[in-house]
Design a protein around this ligand. Structure first.
Ligand code: UDP
Ligand code: MG
Length: 329
């Protein structure tokens, strides 16, 4: 694992690292920080806030830097551009020093007030504390229904059980973080990877709050891409379904062809033949194309994995100087 600061430069690692991926969240950051700090002060364990600025353009970066300089117990990782939330979380996990790590959205949809419960479950032995949504306040009707259907399909197809109604809000022990760092794959569907590592897991139910301010950063396009990534990363079923359907249709095509030939030979029905053939050829061509499309999706994945590009690039890391000084002995 590469780390920017050498081990000697890190004083004592904090008990808790809170990873917060942020992309253009200036509107929510002051209230996010205030609520986080008030929860953490009461909790009385050492902590660090690790913000991953995912290429924000709205002044988020400067605000975070100023706050980190003023307050301490806070680091800001600036990615060199917007790499997406999955990459931002990966960067956070790679740079977290805590014995336990919590991933939290900046918009306070994941209430920081639940952190003590999560820490308690971890202290009781859980390596992973999964936060499962009882309700999804603030999500549109369409998002709720599509999420419900999507997770049911994903779980039917996927090789590992991916808990439904969970997001990225969760606690990971040091051991779980180390496991996550061992996964080199580039098309990172984090919810699937979190499930893939296994380990003793506790589930806590919670009510998902609406966004405090600002707008969701996930457009329909990004959600669809993430959804497709989820299925192609964790299942080969679409590929199999396409091949099976293709074979069945091919057999039907052969049978039809034989039937048409037989009718021509026996009854000389030459008039209907061209039409039947055109329909058949169009149908088969369409089928072949869609099958090739599914194959292409997997070939595309192989292509991205083979390139071995880093999942993200760190531009620089900001923290108060005293935080990285070796502690006097
Ligand atoms: N986020 C990010 N990079 C992105 C998109 C989102 O780091 O490209 C962060 C965002 O700032 C927030 C969290 O991921 O802290 C969740 O995003 P959002 O609230 O927009 O997603 P939603 O709750 O609508 O699914
Ligand atoms: Mg949100």
């Amino acid at each position: 694992m590469s780390s920017v600061s050498s081990p000697a430069a890190v004083p004592t690692p904090p008990v808790l690292t809170i990873i917060i991926p942020v992309f253009n969240e200036l509107a929510v950051l002051p209230v996010c920080l205030a609520r986080l700090r008030s929860v953490l002060e009461v909790l009385a364990v050492s902590y660090e806030l690790l913000f991953v600025d995912d290429g924000s353009k709205d002044g988020t970066a400067a605000y975070l830097d100023r706050t980190a300089m003023a307050l301490g117990a806070m680091r800001v990782i600036h990615l060199s551009r917007n790499f997406g939330k999955e990459a931002a979380m990966t960067a956070g996990l790679d740079h977290a020093h805590g014995e336990a790590v919590i991933i939290l959205d900046a918009d306070l949809q994941d209430p920081p007030e639940l952190i003590p419960d999560m820490v308690k479950a971890w202290k009781e032995g859980a390596d992973v504390v999964v936060m499962r949504r009882r309700t999804r306040m603030g999500d549109t009707w369409l998002k709720r229904v599509s999420a419900h259907i999507y997770y049911r399909i994903l779980n039917r197809l996927s090789e590992v059980e991916i808990p439904p109604d969970t997001g990225d809000f969760r606690l990971l022990s040091r051991r779980a973080v180390v496991a996550m760092r061992k996964i080199p794959e580039r098309g990172r569907y984090m919810k699937g990877l979190f499930a893939w590592i296994g380990m003793p897991t506790t589930t806590i139910l919670y009510d998902r709050a609406p966004r405090v301010a600002g707008r969701s950063k996930w457009g329909l396009h990004n959600l669809a891409k993430l959804g497709f990534d989820g299925i192609t990363s964790f299942s080969l079923s679409p590929l199999r379904i396409a091949s099976i359907t293709g074979t069945i249709i091919l057999a039907i095509g052969c049978a039809l062809g034989l039937l048409v030939v037989a009718r021509i030979l026996l009854y000389d029905e030459s008039m209907s033949v061209p039409l039947a053939l055109v329909a058949l050829v169009t149908f088969l061509a369409g089928l072949q194309l869609s099958t090739i499309g599914v194959l292409g999706a997997y070939v595309g994945r192989i292509h991205t994995e083979i390139k071995q590009r880093p999942v993200y690039l760190v531009q620089d890391i900001v923290e108060r100087q005293t935080d990285t000084q070796p502690s006097p002995r």
